[in-house]
Design a protein. Structure first.
Length: 131
């Protein structure tokens, strides 16, 4: 039975994950922040998302890594540190296990160059008489 309060708790959990996923990988942190047991939080996460809290955090890390690979020129090592993974080799292995591609191959499959979030505003040549 799903209660309205449970819906609020799940919303707060997802907000916490969004804010802290880089530095807090431990599901116990999220349970403590919500003043609930890890067992109860995992039960709700499974009801709403069919995932544990740990899996939700890992999913968020992976989505951030994909975004950075698509939208920046950061290296895989830099992205690993950006998403809070201290070992770049571990990051690459985990990324490959989830996506089926290494970070570099993933970037290559998305196009030749990463898309920039903000187009570069290059100065234009003045239209006037040439000197």
């Amino acid at each position: 039975m799903v209660l309205f309060r449970d819906h609020d708790v799940i919303g707060k959990l997802m907000d916490l994950i969004e804010v802290h996923f880089r530095e807090q990988k431990n599901p116990g942190f999220y349970a403590n922040q919500l003043n609930m047991t890890l067992w109860r939080i995992n039960r709700l996460a499974r009801i709403y998302y069919q995932r544990t809290v740990y899996q939700l955090v890992q999913d968020r890390i992976h989505r951030e890594a994909e975004l950075l690979l698509r939208t920046t020129l950061m290296t895989a090592k830099e992205i690993a540190f950006e998403v809070g993974v201290c070992d770049p080799a571990y990051f690459s292995n985990c990324f490959k296990r989830v996506s089926g591609l290494t970070p570099l191959k993933y970037r290559g499959s998305e196009g030749k160059k990463p898309a920039l979030l903000f187009p570069l505003d290059l100065p234009r040549r003045a239209s006037g008489p040439e000197v």
